[in-house]
Ligand binder design. Sequence first.
Ligand code: GS8
Length: 219
Amino acid sequence: MGDEVILLDFWPSMFGMRLRIALAEKEVKYEYREEDLRNKSELLLKMNPVHKKIPVLIHNGKPVCESTLAVEYIDGVWKDKAPLLPSDPYEKSQAKFWADYIDKKLYEISRKTWTTKGEELEAVVKELIGCLKVLEGALGDKPYFGGESFGFVDVSLIGFYSWFSTWESFGHFSVEAECPKLIAWAKRCMEKESVSKSLPDSHKVLEFAQMLREKLGIA
Ligand code: GS8
């Protein structure tokens, strides 16, 4: 019997992109179901009753919630192809540290680029650039965060690349001018089909964020 894999997702979500990329890296066939987050499906509410958020991976009827946990799960189940997490316990702990930093720091500060304006936004941009520089430092001169091969931290971060134009447009700065190595890394990742086919067009993301900003009355 084959595996039944369903992904509950929402196209601009950098968290959802992580699962799309991991499943593509492993060449797992799955059913993609787009959620309307203003009118969540019964299935989403049943599969993620605690947070009621996407993404949710449903593997043979069982849900896995929280994107980093789902990527780890995917890596554990389909372990024969494209390993994502290092097997060495120390290396693994470091990869998880950076994924946690991305979620707690980068995500939290980056969402403020479309919820603030004026001086507040200027402070947000400073903090965001600081955060990106920390990540660029962690990358160092390696081709990928995972070293020579694309891995867990790369999967965790690359979805944010489709939001860079939005941050730049609202924050009036250039990620490339501040963090050229990070941009070179992002372009390297985009050469992988698993990544390029999983990320939405950044113009579409910008339009989506502009709409959110208007709704919040910040535009
Ligand atoms: C975050 C998921 C999330 O924020 C993860 O999976 O890593 N820590 C979680 N999902 C959002 C959409 S993307 O911003 C979501 O589903 N929001 C719906 C809601 O809050 O009602």
